[in-house]
Design a protein around this ligand. Structure first.
Ligand code: SF4
Length: 56
């Protein structure tokens, strides 16, 4: 299960841009998981996140 640590997230938007099928930006400016699925781009999102807020 993919998780985003909202305390760490700085709202850069990278996860949503590299893996839009799993992540989206919420109205509060933080990322959220929109669909739990096993997409290969999740790893890319984890690697892209500048604050290591995404875990799986
Ligand atoms: S890449 Fe990390 S810091 Fe950027 S929006 Fe996603 S979870 Fe937040």
């Amino acid at each position: 299960m993919v998780k985003i640590d909202k305390k760490k997230c700085i709202g850069c938007g990278l996860c949503a841009s590299v893996c839009g099928e799993v992540f989206e930006m919420a109205d509060n400016g933080k990322a959220r998981v929109k669909a739990q699925k096993n997409a290969s781009c999740i790893k890319e999102a984890i690697d892209s996140c500048p604050v290591d807020a995404i875990s799986k």
